[in-house]
Write a protein of this length. Structure first.
Length: 187
């Protein structure tokens, strides 16, 4: 009997390390920082052109207030998202300003983007079904839309991270894909 217990333990060990992921578990292993800043590298794959566009820059957010997304290369631009609006600037000129109350799709996009960056996983549970795993302090998650409005734009979202989100891969319904790697984060 003594021989079987250690063997049983060793057989079950991989299952304990490689656990299925839930929104509640994701909340418990990620930091829910009130402020965060860092850098990003983004690849936007355009299916119609079979080509990728690359950009890089810096970002910052304050929980519940704003996300500032500044592209530095190849062209300097800035997008500022607040719970009530999205504003895009380039070269000191405002290119776009949208109020979320006038466009439900913008409201939804804002809520999803804020929730991913700020690790507010509970908010995402009404829009997505989650699958994934945790292994040695690293987690991988796949979000598949259950909300019909989200399904029109997003086919799935892949996320990777540790205490913070490190990679976001957004698969759009039309075949385009955006991959964002975040780094140098300071909470």
């Amino acid at each position: 009997m003594r021989f079987y217990l250690p063997v049983l333990f060793l057989c079950l060990l991989p299952y304990a390390v490689y656990a299925e992921l839930s929104f509640k578990q994701l909340e418990s292993i990620t930091k829910n920082a009130s402020n965060l800043e860092g850098s990003f590298v983004q690849e936007k794959y355009l299916a119609a052109l079979d080509a990728s566009l690359y950009s890089s820059g810096i970002f910052s957010y304050q929980r519940g207030k704003s996300v500032r997304w500044e592209t530095v290369k190849p062209i300097q631009s800035e997008m500022l998202m607040t719970p009530t609006s999205i504003t895009s600037n380039q070269g000191g000129q405002q290119l776009m300003h949208m109020e979320t109350k006038s466009n439900p799709a913008i409201t939804l996009f804002n809520e999803i983007f804020f929730s991913v960056l700020t690790a507010e996983w509970g908010k995402l549970s009404s829009y997505f079904k989650l699958s994934g795993n945790v292994e040695a302090g690293q987690w991988r998650a796949e979000l598949v839309p259950v909300d019909k409005t989200v399904m029109q734009v997003i086919s799935r979202v892949e996320l990777k991270g540790d205490a913070l989100v490190r990679e976001i891969i957004l698969h759009e319904s039309g075949g385009d894909q955006t991959t964002i790697h975040v780094d140098n984060m300071n909470p």
